[in-house]
Design a protein around this ligand. Sequence first.
Ligand code: ADP
Ligand code: MG
Length: 624
Amino acid sequence: MSEKGNLSINSENILPIIKKWLYSDTDIFLRELVSNGCDAITKLQKLCELGEVENIDENEEYYVRVELNTSEKTIKIIDNGIGMTDEEIKKFINQIAFSGASAFIEQYKDKLGAENEIIGHFGLGFYSAFMVAEKVEINSLSYKEGSVATKWISDGGIEYEMDSSDKSTRGTEITLFVSEDSKEFLNEYKLTSILDKYCNFMPVNIYFKNVDNKKDEENKNEEKTPEKLEPINVTNPLWMKNPSDCTDDEYKEFYKSVFHDFNDPLFWIHLNMDYPFKLKGILYFPKLKNEYETIEGQVKLYCNQVFVADNVKEVIPEFLLLLKGTMDCPEIPLNVSRSFLQNDSNVAKMSSYISKKVADKLNSLFKKERESYCNYWKDISPFIKYGCIKEKSFYDKIKNSIIFKTTKDDFVTIEEYLEKNKDKIENKMFYVTDKQQQSQYIKMFEEQGIEAVILDTNLDNAFISYLESYETNIKFMRIDSDITNSLKDETTDTEGNEDLTNLFKENLEKEDIKIKIENLKSSSISAIILLDEQGRRMQEMSKMFGGMQGLNMPTNEELVINKNNDLVKTLLKLKDNESKKEDVKLICNQIYDLAMMSHKQLSNKEMNDFIERSNKILNILANA
Ligand code: ADP
Ligand code: MG
């Protein structure tokens, strides 16, 4: 015979686990109790709508009030919601993990329609009170006609006492007798900052009051008119509104107040999704303060207007965390663990929905408002580049809207660049990392009508390697890594090449220097340095990741001598002239240094040598 039965849980054992493990952050006890108050009010409002309650004054203001009493060491959370009968306290409070919120939704599911604004879920929130309180008291009067007010008291949340009480107003008053360990919470600043963090958009007016009986008695005579309290929250956050009802000013205002930024955002995306999951939110593209600023985004996750956490990367694609925004996902329970989120298929769908919406917005800006898009590019490109590297599907959606700033201050896509320069270079995209340092090369390119794009951020090295791995028909080359054929003469004359090579080798006295002779169209240039693209990128990468620093990687620099340059031509003639030997040596070294200088910054020693030699040359000139 098989046996059936209910498992029983021993509350003495389970409560410490709830206290310790369920919530990693003690602060949330206040969120849980205030949200229970909000739920109690939402339920009452729903019942009014359904015509199940009648004896309520239409003008009554619904509220949740938090009262701190430092001298009595209590925190009270008071609401004028639905209240609880003694039966309901037994059912919903005494039975741990039995959720009155879920029971309510279940009971009214046919009548409530699609919107579910009830916050509660698991029936565990209330017990978070014991994280800070040694004793908790509930004093409640139900909305039901003829109800008797009930008091419930529990020390430590294991045993309870219940009795009738004399509470005469509808609603619930929870009193926390704060334990010695948690006395930090008996502080106005602490409580208001928790309220500000978790409750700033809850749907019911929330008030905070610092009440102190002793203080009150002292001030009794002075305080004749009670002060008018202001709610600490905004009950209708912008993201809950219909996007078509929001103005630009409202979006900007909301951004500034939530993110404490005094700059306007560049633009924003208002998400509003109902099926297959519910999601509302606003994502802002912030203006970066300066180009070196590390971008720190912030995406706040809410559940039915209750703050859950910042930057939950399981729900919001990681690269979108560089943006600023608020996201409300009612279907994500308040106190879920990260591993739960990782395995939830709706969460994954949400994440890809959000990233698709962002790509759509960017693509439409690029197509319809290209000029603004170009103006935004500096601020949005770090985010787009990072997004592409992080998420191939984002890259696939956005790739045709990736643009590059050119040395002529235009903006071009890869396709446009290739098309523009197709007669001069094939499937290569030349770029500069430092417009000033590389100005000689830029000049040489511009003389032949070729422009380069500017890639000067930390991310670019990784970004172009990423692009090359998917767009195999294109190679990115830094402007000093290669001389394209269109910079060279068509001549195939190689006469004197060997002599020149040897001349420089002998005079420069640099071991394993690579020398190449070319006929460059820009005859004013005597020599340039080329640096192998792949080798340089590798070196930069390893520098960025801090590794291999001690290692002396080969530099792969190559000295290219321009045989079309007059000075070089003269040098070639002087090569066998014994009396000019010293001068030739000076010139070779000077040419090398000049090429080096337009390639990178000289070291102190190199600079000293260069100046000394320059003076020597001038001296010779003066005495000639
Ligand atoms: P949940 O909110 O997830 O249902 P809680 O542990 O927070 O779980 O609360 C348990 C139940 O106790 C609630 O669902 C509700 O029925 C009842 N309750 C708690 N606080 C209040 C309150 N302030 N007013 C009315 N009912 C309450
Ligand atoms: Mg709750």
